[in-house]
Design a protein around this ligand. Structure first.
Ligand code: SF4
Length: 218
């Protein structure tokens, strides 16, 4: 029973890669799935280094930046990643829904595909960090996700922005090509803007709207 699983508090002090290894030992590598936005290389590098061949899902919302698709392909080749692209249901066609109904658009293009992506899995690994902003400040390293019936694992939860920069430097990770253009947090192109120096990274997501999360991590 996943719901009765005891999650050790010692995970808080583990290296992110060791958190992924813990998940593989607990649930079996074949029962893990990583969801990656490919806005940077950190999560996929941590996960694939810890558990080579681990399944990594990219949710193709139909509105990814061309640069994100290119970057995902680059990282896949460079690190020999096992990437599965999950798309919206066939009846969901590009329709400009993002202009009038961002909640519904995210529901059909992110939340529903995620449900299919994690079907049959025991644990879902995401790149959520506490430093991402207030809505993520209390993210657990691992916790039972009652609604989805899996254990959600956030191996990067304790990493600060400086930690991410250091990890990238230590491992010579390439950067998403939009970072140099001021994009600090990168999602779909209609809902992502560059941020000013010093501004919170996620301030560029749904800028000007009350929305701060796509629904995957709520
Ligand atoms: S982030 Fe924007 S374009 Fe992407 S699924 Fe959500 S509303 Fe649609």
């Amino acid at each position: 029973m996943l719901s009765s699983l005891t999650i050790p508090s010692s995970l808080e002090t583990l290296h992110p890669g060791d958190v992924v290894k813990w998940a593989a030992e607990q649930f079996g590598a074949e029962h893990l799935v990583v969801t990656a936005s490919f806005q940077d290389a950190t999560l996929v590098h941590v996960a694939a280094s810890a558990v080579p061949g681990i399944e990594i899902v990219l949710l193709d919302t139909q509105y990814l930046f061309a640069e994100t698709e290119w970057f995902a392909a680059e990282l896949t080749e460079r690190y020999d990643l096992n990437v599965r692209i999950v798309r919206p249901l066939p009846e969901v066609q590009p329709d400009n829904q993002w202009r009038t109904d961002v909640e519904g658009c995210c529901q059909r293009r992110k939340v529903e595909p995620l449900t299919r992506a994690i079907e049959g899995k025991r644990a879902w690994i995401s790149g959520v960090r506490r430093a991402d902003g207030p809505t993520r400040a209390t993210a657990a390293i691992a916790a039972y996700d009652i609604g989805r019936g899996v254990v959600k694992v956030n191996p990067l939860a304790t990493m600060t922005d400086a930690d991410v920069e250091l990890y990238a430097a230590l491992h010579d990770l390439p950067a998403h090509p939009l970072v140099d253009k001021g994009y600090a947090s990168i999602g779909c192109w209609p809902c992502t803007s560059p941020v000013a120096p010093g501004e919170a990274a996620r301030a560029g997501r749904w800028a000007g709207a009350a929305k701060t999360e796509c629904g995957l991590h709520l």
